[in-house]
Design a binder for this molecule. Structure first.
Ligand SMILES: Nc1ncnc2c1ncn2[C@@H]1O[C@H](COP(=O)(O)OP(=O)(O)OP(=O)(O)O)[C@@H](O)[C@H]1O
Length: 663
């Protein structure tokens, strides 16, 4: 408590209040400003006194600078402090709630109408809804249409933007590549701030990783660059959006100075961890998130446990942060404005278990003003739609290492490749359900345990050898498979394998490869191949969530440790974008059980060492292939594995407690 309130209140408040007095932007919000520019009225540029600010930051107190630099120590202390803070906060909240409840009630009574009737635009009544139906600021609508080269929102965006017009909250299910990220960006840019909320950051957008924040920065700057506003105002981006992520000390300090200079951006994009760091080191008066209009969380289900969601012993950073931020809204509320809108996006595999947990355990949402996007199934129902687009094919290639004695120079390490025997899904929903929900020792949790035990038994030499086998396999695959020759490929490897090791092994095999850089590689797969450039882009599996690679058609996965569960499999497949615009048409996600007959246009090759490919690994893949919508399979190398005993495999994973057909 003392850490957050005592120390922070002393010096920081004085600095912050000075900053807001001295550098406060006009009380108009940015969308108002933009409209004025659109009508060619110059409202004046931002007041800026760099030197004075620098002095204030420097003289803030020396401990503040060391606070910032010695963040590791602070992060360690953070856990205890937040608990103490939380307990005190609860007491204050209880008192505050007593005063505030009549106001909240009166708001709900005054607006006692059905949630869906609050929407000003009906997203299904008209097939030709354009951005102009939802975006009230002309200059923003033009910029979005120019940037996306389209005037039409996607189906997902229509639903989301319609809910925004009714100030509704949602947990929105969406297909991979359906425009979820842009939906959130447009909603946040367009969201006007009610003056009664007072000053503060308008929207908070939380995303999983640093790479995601950098991608948001690129998209938002891209939209702003299309606005027809004077060039001196273009430099004002920090007043519109700011971006927080863990980085070098220098970059982190830069982020803080910008936030000190522009304390109330229209949008703040951050990873949960970085925001928690800053809240613990700089306090909530530095980050003005006490009266937000909206909180957006992109890919919420990728930030929690894929099986148990938020029901875990350890409180996950996103859960910890949301609980804190939402409480803060109520604690600080001295106006009669409603609860901030909460918008989470999730994948279309998400079950209603997540929603139930949030409803029963978290006081985040105002459920009177909530509406779903997408169909929520019960915990043991099949998903309503396919999770992987029907133009994607998947192949599992088994890599068998051996020592050849035929070379002139003696024995040589070589590999053979085999296609795994494809799975036969059949046409029976009961079979699929048994596989997904009733398969004994077949769930993702069990599989993960088996893989962890296997990994813990491997020495570092064996681990390195395993990577070497897969790189040899990759090299052979590229030479052997026509569809991969001279193609650009995204190679994904497990988070616990060093990128240097993979890069060194590829270079040794004379394969030109480069590591993914979020600032420059989003168009890697659209650029024409040249002899000097690499055609292989390398990325850790943990970095994939939400990244868009326009024009990506081939992914090679180095080992099953790269895909730890079905969600990760869907996220991985969702990076494939046949369409250069980066959108995946909704028609590629038909109902779950529909047989996919379309051509395979994008491919995933999963490489795995044959000696390590046992029934449990095979079963994991079968479950993932079924659960993600009976994905199309294809043969990559044309040589089938031998010795697979299907009968024994089926027996091993048969349940004595099964789903049966109703007929
Ligand atoms: N309405 C639209 N019209 C045309 N293109 C669009 C539209 N919305 C988004 N896009 C393009 O589609 C691509 C994917 O969009 P976006 O990243 O929002 O999808 P997503 O559902 O968030 O994908 P992911 O599966 O990566 O989370 C982007 O590169 C964007 O340029």
């Amino acid at each position: 408590m003392s850490f957050l309130f005592g120390v922070k209140h002393g010096m920081r408040i004085s600095m912050c209040s000075f900053l807001t007095r001295g550098f406060r932007t006009s009380s108009l919000n940015w969308t108002d400003k933009a409209s004025k520019f659109g009508s060619n009225k110059n409202i004046g540029s931002k007041i800026g006194d760099e030197k004075l600010l620098e002095e204030i930051v420097n003289s803030d107190d020396t401990s503040a600078t060391s606070d910032i630099l010695d963040t590791r120590m602070l992060r360690r202390m953070y856990g205890e402090q937040i608990q103490e803070f939380d307990a005190n906060m609860k007491k204050m909240l209880e008192l505050k709630f007593k005063e505030e409840i009549p106001k909240v009630k009166s708001y709900n009574e005054a607006h006692g109408i059905d949630a869906l009737q609050r929407m000003k635009v009906n997203p299904v009544a008209n097939d030709n809804l354009l951005f102009s139906y939802f975006i009230s600021v002309g200059i923003l609508e033009k910029a979005v249409s120019l940037y996306l080269n389209s005037k039409e929102p996607t189906e997902f965006q229509k639903r989301l933007l319609a809910l925004m017009t009714g100030y509704l909250s949602t947990i929105a299910k969406g297909d991979q590549g359906s425009g979820r990220t842009f939906g959130l960006i447009i909603a946040a840019l367009n969201l006007k701030r009610n003056k009664r909320r007072g000053e503060g950051i308008n929207s908070l957008i939380l995303v999983k990783s640093t790479d995601n924040v950098i991608q948001y920065r690129k998209f938002i700057k891209g939209i702003i660059s299309k606005m027809d506003i004077p060039s001196n105002v273009q430099a004002d981006i920090p007043a519109v959006a700011q971006f927080l992520y863990r980085s070098t000390d220098e970059e982190e300090l830069k982020q803080q100075i910008t936030l000190g200079k522009f304390p109330t951006p229209h949008i703040l994009v951050s990873t949960p961890q970085r925001l928690l760091d800053l809240l613990s080191t700089r306090g909530m008066d530095f980050i003005k998130i006490a009266n937000l209009s909206a909180i957006f969380v992109d890919d919420f289900d990728c930030m929690v446990d894929p099986e148990t969601y938020i029901d875990t012993k350890r409180q996950l950073p996103i859960v910890q942060l949301l609980s804190y931020v939402v409480k803060l809204q109520d604690y600080r509320r001295s106006h009669n404005e409603p609860h901030p809108q909460l918008v989470f996006t999730v994948s279309n595999l998400c079950t209603d278990q997540l929603k139930c947990q949030i409803r029963d355990e978290m006081q985040w949402f105002d459920w009177d003003r909530y509406a779903d996007i997408g169909l929520y199934n019960g915990a043991t129902d099949l998903p309503s739609r396919k999770g992987i687009a029907t133009n994607i094919g998947v192949s599992c290639v088994l890599v068998n290492p051996y020592i050849s004695g035929e070379s002139k120079n003696g024995s040589k390490f070589k590999v053979q490749l085999f296609d795994m025997t494809p799975f036969q899904y059949g046409n029976f929903p009961e079979y699929w359900k048994n596989k997904i929900f009733r398969c004994p020792h077949g769930n993702d949790g069990y599989y993960r345990k088996v893989r962890n035990v296997k990994k813990s038994r491997m020495t570092s030499e064996v681990r390195e050898m395993s990577t070497k086998i897969l790189i040899y396999g990759f090299n052979k695959l590229v030479k052997k498979v026509d569809g991969l020759k001279n193609e650009k490929i995204l190679v994904v490897f497990p988070d616990d394998v060093s990128d240097k090791t993979v890069l060194a092994l590829l270079n040794k095999s004379k394969i030109r490869a480069k590591l993914y850089n979020p600032s420059e590689d989003s168009t890697f797969f659209l650029e024409a191949d040249s002899n000097e450039q690499s055609s292989i882009l390398l990325i850790h599996s943990g970095s994939l969530t939400s990244l868009t690679f326009n024009g990506l058609r081939n992914i090679v996965v180095l080992g099953l440790n790269t895909i730890r569960d079905c969600n990760e499999f869907i996220t991985l497949a969702g990076r494939l974008r046949y369409n250069p615009s980066g959108l995946v048409p909704a028609a590629f996600y038909p109902p779950f059980g529909e047989t996919s007959k379309g051509p395979v246009q994008c491919r995933i090759y999963i490489l795995h060492e044959q000696p390590d490919f046992e029934f449990v690994e095979r079963n994991f893949l079968e479950r993932a292939f079924i659960r993600s919508g009976l994905v199309q399979q294809f043969s990559a190398v044309g040589v089938s594995e031998s010795g697979f005993d299907r009968k024994r495999y089926d027996e091993e994973f048969k349940s004595d407690y099964e789903f049966h057909s109703q007929s």
